[in-house]
Design a protein around this ligand. Structure first.
Ligand SMILES: Cc1ncc(COP(=O)(O)O)c(C=O)c1O
Length: 389
């Protein structure tokens, strides 16, 4: 039971909460003590802000094993990163291979380009366990394929995709691989070179434990990419043409520098703790939760039985109740906060047969405790028994 009234936050796949203390301090310190605009002046506050951005870039590069930090472009979130990668890569008549596990942040820009540019799309279906077969991705490639788009960990089921095996095949065929790391960055080890990733979209506010409004895109050297936006970059200001330089050419306008200060702190926390260790903790909580709710009458669990193939996400329904009611009762009566309904991934819900009423998603974070999980299980048990009697 939530005795302190603060609630038990199990919606970490939407955004992580709480953040490590160092993240709050970094944002506060930047706003109070620095406050300069990076890349725009040479006075001390601007130089300090430059150092904050450089530190964030270097930390992210270290986490993803990127040798040259200038290959990391900062954006507002994964949605912007995916739009940049997709819109920046494709031309009329190109073909794209994606999976049926993609988030709307990837699917919708692709659907718009299908209408607008006549881009061809092939959706590869995942297997019964919610995992895509790399051989089927390779089979879908055509001479016109200019991009393969694959989520690393799906946000509805949490299933982890075999990115290295897919990357091995796309590299062999010379097709760029775009990976959506929104649910995996910070909880699964990522090495862009070893995994054959050409474009890696990440968001700052989930597993990287940073503030909302931060994110980025890794772009492999030599990969042509059109910017999404144009404007002041702080470099080549004499030119009316947007500068073709990495990363500034893709980052016009003033940064969310306090956010990047927080992101750098979050990523440092992940580096010090270890993404694999954080992921293992979240998987263990997931296992505890699934073992508990399996015993609850009327619970329908979705997704693979092999929990090692998932991040810390579980999707379920209580047969007798609408998912929205489950979420409302969990919050109001038991203090447990979860996400309900459809989870911004129309293709995943279509595949699961949950497109009508959706489902309830529990997602665990670094600061979730086993006692939090037990409270959620007991709350579901109490609700299930109340609906039976
Ligand atoms: C797999 C996946 N991709 C993309 C996104 C979009 O992230 P953001 O809202 O930070 O842009 C999310 C967010 O839920 C996600 O889970």
């Amino acid at each position: 039971m939530d005795t302190e009234g603060k609630g038990i936050y199990l919606d970490n796949a939407a955004t992580s909460y709480p953040k490590p203390e160092c993240v709050y301090q970094a944002v506060d310190r930047f706003l109070r003590q620095c406050g300069g605009s990076p890349g725009r002046a040479s006075h001390r506050k601007a130089r300090e802000a430059d150092a904050v951005v450089a530190d964030a870039r270097a930390s992210v590069a270290t986490l993803f094993h990127v040798e040259d930090p200038s290959r990391i472009v900062f954006t507002c979130n994964s949605t912007e990163s995916l739009n940049l990668a997709i819109r920046g890569s494709l031309r009329p008549g190109d073909h794209v291979v994606l999976t049926d596990l993609e988030h709307n942040a990837a699917v919708r820009p692709l659907w718009k380009l299908r209408e607008g540019l006549g881009v061809g799309l092939t959706v590869v279906e995942s297997g019964p366990e919610g995992v895509v077969d790399p051989a089927r991705v390779a089979e879908a490639l055509t001479p016109r394929t200019r991009l393969v788009c694959c989520v690393h960990a799906n946000n509805v089921l949490g299933t982890i995709q075999p990115i290295a095996e897919i990357g091995h095949r796309t590299r062999a065929r010379g097709v760029p691989l775009l990976v959506d790391a929104s649910q995996s960055a910070g909880v699964l080890p990522i090495d862009v070179e070893a995994m054959g990733i050409d474009l890696l979209a990440f968001t700052g506010h989930k597993g990287l434990l940073g503030p909302p409004g931060t994110g980025g895109l890794y772009v492999r050297e030599g990969l042509p990419l059109e910017p999404l936006k144009h404007g002041g970059t702080g470099v080549y200001s004499e030119s009316l043409e947007p500068p073709d330089v990495m990363p500034e050419g893709y980052e016009p306008g003033t940064f969310n520098t306090p956010g990047l200060a927080g992101l750098a702190a979050g990523v440092r926390f992940v580096l010090e703790t270890g993404a694999a260790r954080i992921g293992a903790h979240e998987r263990e909580l997931n296992r505890r939760f699934v073992e508990g709710v399996r015993e609850v009458p009327g619970v329908r669990l979705y997704g693979p039985s092999d929990l090692a193939r998932k991040v810390g996400i579980t999707l379920l329904n209580l047969e007798a109740l609408d998912p929205a009611d489950v979420g409302r009762i969990l919050d109001r009566r038991f203090g447990v906060m979860v996400r309900t309904g459809l989870h911004c991934s129309a293709l995943s819900h279509q595949r699961l047969g949950t497109k009508g009423r959706g489902a309830v998603r529990f997602s665990f974070g670094h600061f979730t405790t086993p006692a939090d999980v037990d409270t959620a299980v007991e709350a579901l048990r109490a609700m299930a028994l109340a609906t039976v009697s």
